[in-house]
Design a protein around this ligand. Structure first.
Ligand SMILES: Nc1ncnc2c1ncn2[C@@H]1O[C@H](COP(=O)(O)OP(=O)(O)O)[C@@H](O)[C@H]1O
Ligand SMILES: [Mg+2]
Length: 249
């Protein structure tokens, strides 16, 4: 069974004459331990797609199965519990709460009754190299450290699927290196990640890149036997064919 199955998803914003179709017949699936990047020019529907899969926005048509459950058919009570037990989130600005320490921020996402996590907070902190900063507040740590905390928080509950929207955010180029290291570590632990990114370095590390254009899947590129460098070149080439300035991605 696929961890994620998106089937013929359409999304409209607005109604009647002013309705615009933002997603148009999007279908794909993601297997256990597969790392998938979503790329596409700005406005192509990446965040909208991620929001549907996150269960925080609803589809106009189509179905989305996560771990076999059709999330488009469930109501909010079921979904809120489902999110806590099956999904991990990494937001663009990392969403760490300023009034809590790093440790408390990570503990926030521990589910009350979920299964026992694969790793304890201490273990995951050691893995991601944030043990020393657990008792600091977010305003006293660097951007790269915040990023690693966000990864720890997304993974602490052993979610079936981790969703990340532009996790390199507005950080400098060191950020991609930090994120790649964190992704590598979580991959070894069996995580499954769907990441929206404009960063070809991040995509090149993934198993696969889905390119969106005008709300449709325009290309589904697999890394297969390619090296990171070869896949990176292929991705950059595809971005230029897809059109627009690379800075638009
Ligand atoms: N809540 C909304 N209401 C109306 N239009 C929206 C809304 N959210 C996104 N859109 C539109 O949907 C399109 C896709 O947006 P988005 O998914 O944010 O693209 P991306 O993340 O690829 O930049 C854009 O044209 C955007 O203006
Ligand atoms: Mg977006």
């Amino acid at each position: 069974m696929s961890v994620l199955e998106v089937k013929n998803v359409d999304k409209y914003y607005g109604t009647g004459d002013i309705a615009i179709k933002v997603l148009d017949g999007v279908s794909f699936s993601v297997e256990q331990n597969e790392f998938t990047a979503i790329m596409g020019p700005s406005g192509s529907g990446k965040t909208t797609l991620l929001n549907m899969i996150s269960t925080i926005d609803t589809v106009s048509a189509g179905n989305i199965f996560i771990n076999g459950m059709d999330i488009t058919e469930e109501d909010e009570d079921v979904l809120s519990e489902f999110r806590g037990e099956n999904l991990g989130f990494i937001f663009q600005d990392f969403n760490l709460l300023d009034i809590l320490t790093v440790r408390e921020n990570i503990e926030l996402s521990l589910s009350i009754k979920g299964e026992k996590p694969i790793m304890t907070l201490e273990e995951i902190s050691k893995l991601l190299g944030i043990t020393e900063i657990l008792d600091k507040y977010p305003k006293h740590i660097s951007g790269g450290e915040k990023q690693r905390c966000a990864f720890a928080r997304a993974f602490i509950n052993s979610p079936k699927l981790i969703l990340a929207d532009e996790p390199t955010g507005s950080l400098d180029s060191n950020a991609s290196r930090t994120i790649l290291k964190s992704m590598e570590l979580l991959k070894e632990k069996g995580a499954t990640i769907l990441v929206v990114t404009h960063d070809a370095f991040v995509s090149a590390w993934c198993d696969r890149v889905l390119f969106l254009r005008d709300g449709k899947i325009w290309k589904d590129l697999y890394k297969s036997e390619k090296t990171n460098r070869e896949f990176y070149n292929k991705i950059v080439e595809t971005m230029s064919v897809l059109g627009g300035d690379i800075n638009d991605f």
